[in-house]
Design a protein. Structure first.
Ligand SMILES: [Zn+2]
Length: 284
């Protein structure tokens, strides 16, 4: 450094000193500018971190609210619906939605020969369940009463706009290999009332006669982390009943021989659940 200083004065002195002066002023300004810049940067960083914090907070809120949304059907499933909401004004005791699976272009499963359609079995038993519930002075809303295609969204919409206390979806099963028996599906969060409804239905069907009790199951076949849409998006206690396997002759025969008895058992189980769980109070 000293060497440089010693050398520098040998150059043109006035220029040198002017330059020196200039540099000094510039450095002062640069320092001031730097301090200002640092202050601005610190300010911006603080602002950004505050914003990020706020956004994170907002996202967290969103997460929790969406989680609540996802769980809402389950929570409401377990909650008692106010009497004023569930009591129909036509003198019936309460409302139930019966969902005959598939329909129209969606035939569902078939038997081995492809001549027997799940959609027809579903509608057949659903109409009988409707009849038995009406005999008990229960109002029944059917998601379909004829051979028409109804989307899953619409089925859930019908249910959620119905003031129904219970939703039951009726299906028949299919498997490539040997399989037989009845199983009932409930939301994977295992809501108590839904589970009780499913178990009551299964017990009723067992009482009529089934090849095998495949139990109350949670979630979706092959994936317990997802749910059947009709269980996921209906706001009331719900379950999906698989009334035997389409490819199993014994199950088909039992279904044909006992269709009305199965329907009566399902209707009785629904009524029993609504009464036991006090979804509607003071039921006869
Ligand atoms: Zn089905």
């Amino acid at each position: 450094m000293d060497e440089e200083r010693n050398v520098q004065p040998q150059r043109g002195q006035p220029v040198r000193s002017r330059r020196k002066k200039k540099y000094k002023i510039l450095w002062d300004r640069v320092i001031v500018a730097l301090v200002a810049l640092i202050a601005v940067i610190v300010g911006i960083v603080m602002l950004i971190s505050a914003l990020v914090g706020a956004i994170k907070g907002a996202l967290k809120k969103d997460d929790s609210s969406s989680a609540v949304k996802v769980q809402a059907p389950v929570v409401s499933s377990q909650q008692e619906v106010p009497e004023s909401v569930v009591q129909p004004d036509d003198g019936t005791l309460f409302t139930v939605v019966i969902d005959a699976g598939h329909g129209g272009e969606d035939v569902g499963s078939t038997d081995f020969d492809g001549v027997r359609y799940e959609k027809e079995d579903c509608l057949r038993v659903a109409k009988l369940v409707e009849k038995h519930l009406k005999d008990m002075n229960v109002k029944v809303i059917m998601t379909r009463s004829e051979d028409v295609y109804v989307t899953l969204d619409d089925r859930c919409k019908i249910a959620n706009e119905s003031n129904a206390v219970v939703f039951v979806s009726l299906h028949r099963n299919y498997f490539d290999e040997e399989a037989q028996g009845v199983e009932v599906w409930v939301h994977n969060e295992k809501p108590e009332t839904d589970t009780a409804l499913a178990q009551n239905i299964l017990d009723g069907l067992k009482g009529v006669g089934i090849t095998q009790d495949r139990g109350v199951n949670f979630g979706y076949r092959g994936n317990e982390y997802v749910n059947y849409q009709v269980n996921r998006e209906t706001n009331m206690p719900s379950c999906l009943v698989e009334l035997g396997f389409m490819q199993d002759e014994q199950d088909n025969k039992l279904f044909d021989d006992n269709c009305d008895a199965y329907a009566k058992a399902i209707a009785d189980a629904i009524y029993k659940t609504v009464k036991e769980r006090e979804l509607v109070k003071n039921l006869p």
